[in-house]
Design a protein around this ligand. Sequence first.
Ligand code: NDP
Ligand code: MG
Ligand code: MG
Length: 334
Amino acid sequence: AAKIFYDKDADLAALKGKTVAIIGYGSQGHAHAQNLRDSGVKVVVGQRPGGKNYDLAKSHGFEPVSAAEAAKQADVINILLPDELQADVYKAEIRDNLKPGNVLMCSHGFNIHFGQIEPPKGVDLLLVAPKGPGHLVRSEFEAGGGVPCLIALGDGASDETFKIGMAYAKGIGGTRAGVIQTTFAEETETDLFGEQAVLCGGAAALVKAGFDTLVEAGYQPEMAYFECMHELKLIVDLFYQGGLSYMRYSISNTAEYGDYTRGPRIVTEETKQEMKKILEEIRSGQFARDWILENKAGAASFKATRRREREHGVEKVGKELRRMMSWINEKEVD
Ligand code: NDP
Ligand code: MG
Ligand code: MG
């Protein structure tokens, strides 16, 4: 079983007299910076000017500086930029401002695990990753709670770095919920696998295939949208509260019988074999290499796919239908 740490296992004293740089004031950055400050930790925000996140940091009472300046001032440096940009910003602004004894942090191990960021000698690597979006990390903290976190140490990192990690997790509220010990490899590989096979890739492909099947059979797209996309949230909420058993307790017996007898025909042994291949591509570094090269090519195919996917029928009808449901808090991307 996993090793889990709580408030009593962490001491904020490990960060006393230290400055923490939060590089990037986005989803995670804005939450870490404010929670740490509220916990009495000295924080410097590294955020490029010109965008709304710079203004947001200012409005929250920070005086944002460049990533280089933040790294120079701090003892503990957390890079909270989009994963595909971290290596370039690290090489251009952060690396040469690191001193022996500094701790370099991240909230997802992609760049460290796949060798895109290699810290200089004397700088320990540390991962503290909330298992939730930044907005929840902030709102739970303000409500007196916290979001569970993962903690991992780079090769050869000291006990002192572990204590800093636990203090950091406490400072953002994580130890109130529980902090699970993992490794860079495990965090990176399971995170990528989950989003590709189940959460994002798998779920989106399942919704589209179900929607297309109904529409191609002549049913109205509005009906297909409700059955194959909209209602998914209601089901997932039941998973979230009480697992598969609670979902099955809550639905009709007819739906439950259909679940047992038809579900395994949709996600088959063949699907699982493909999942194993996807996992192997992650472990071998093939996925990382593809994604890094894609970005070096200006993300041409990524952007084209994004554009095409936005044209899918389920997106068109969904946009119309969500407008009818005022309670949804509908969002549109540009
Ligand atoms: P966001 O996309 O929300 O934030 C990105 C930040 O980087 C913004 O402040 C943005 O500033 C800045 N930025 C973007 N482009 C550049 C650039 N070219 N140069 C300098 N700064 C730039 O990131 P997240 O918070 O989602 O992710 C940060 C890390 O946290 C990642 O490693 C991610 O994997 C991890 N993580 C994310 C979770 C999540 O739920 N979001 C959950 C757990 C971990 P600007 O406004 O100027 O563009
Ligand atoms: Mg992820
Ligand atoms: Mg139904």
